[in-house]
Design a protein around this ligand. Structure first.
Ligand code: SAM
Length: 279
């Protein structure tokens, strides 16, 4: 087992599958290896120190505790398959995709990936009811929404698109970017609204500030009202967000020239108040 000493104050959350085990027994079992607390909000949620790796814990292996993740804009499914691999077949991934053709591609990718813990929803993420019981256990959301793709290398674009000139692409982008940013912002606000979500990743393959830092900046007051703060994915990565607001250093960018593709990541983590401590 890989239990590590906590190095920061941000805890991890574990939902106990009370069909299989009661909370006190789960606390007792997990408490043999690490510090465990009850969450103050969610009755079947336990809090363990940050960096605690529970993937190999017997309670996770036997289904007594599990992790649920929502991939909000999922097709063609590259990141869904990656999530499934990271979760090593445990927990549940809900993959949502709006476009009918792309849902088929998503299904094929998931089958090919060998993942068996993915449920596909063909629908509009914006219309998913965050309060629906089927999302009541969603603790992480990946939001990789439609974007301008301005960070995608020209070579890859050639493979993805019919042959548009650079001027056509620029013109189309400049008109689309604002519209896209409005959707991206709405989708991010919606993701942050899921009742027990603790981590929301927002990513784009755009280099435009409008789709990246500006979207994040615009949701910060709403995010803070729900106790979310920006965390720093890959802190050792040198290239951070454009400094247009305090906290943009948490954001991660890759450079289309230096790093081959332009990509952007923001990570929101919800702070929670801890309750009772047992050892
Ligand atoms: N995460 C995917 C991957 O790594 O393979 C790529 C996602 S792609 C950038 C964005 C996807 O979001 C597209 O397939 C698009 O059809 C879908 N999409 C756009 N609007 C949506 C909505 N309102 N609800 C759900 N999916 C949506």
């Amino acid at each position: 087992l890989k239990y590590q000493t906590p190095v920061s104050s941000k805890p991890r959350y574990v939902r106990v599958n009370t069909l299989k085990m009661d909370i006190e027994s789960a606390m007792h079992e997990l408490g043999k290896a690490t510090t465990v607390m009850k969450d103050d909000l969610v009755p079947d949620m336990l809090v363990v120190p940050t960096r605690t790796d529970l993937h190999d814990h017997p309670l996770v292996m036997n289904g007594s505790v599990f992790l649920q993740v929502l991939d909000a804009c999922a097709a063609p499914g590259n990141k869904t398959a990656h999530l499934a691999a990271l979760m090593r077949g445990r927990g549940k991934i809900i993959a949502c995709e709006l476009n009918e053709e792309r849902v088929k591609v998503l299904g094929t990718s998931i089958t090919k990936s060998g993942a068996h813990n993915v449920d596909i929803i063909h629908g509009d993420f914006l219309n998913l009811d965050a309060k629906d019981p089927k999302f009541s256990k969603v603790r992480a959301i990946l939001l990789d929404p439609s974007c301008s793709g301005s960070g995608i290398s020209a070579e890859r674009l050639d493979n993805l698109l019919p042959s548009y000139s650079q001027d056509d692409i620029d013109a189309a982008n400049s008109q689309r970017v604002k519209k896209l940013a409005a959707f991206q912002r709405k989708a991010l606000v919606h993701a942050l609204s899921f009742p027990v979500v603790e981590r929301v990743v927002y990513s784009t393959c755009s280099i435009h500030q409008t789709e990246n830092e500006d979207v994040i900046k615009s949701v910060l007051p709403f995010a803070a009202s729900l106790n979310f703060e920006l965390a720093t994915p890959f802190p050792q990565w040198p290239h951070r967000g454009i400094p247009v607001f305090e906290g943009s250093e948490h954001l991660l960018r890759t450079d289309p020239t230096e790093d081959m593709e332009g990509f952007f990541i923001a990570l929101f983590v919800r702070k929670r108040v801890k309750k009772k401590i047992i050892r």
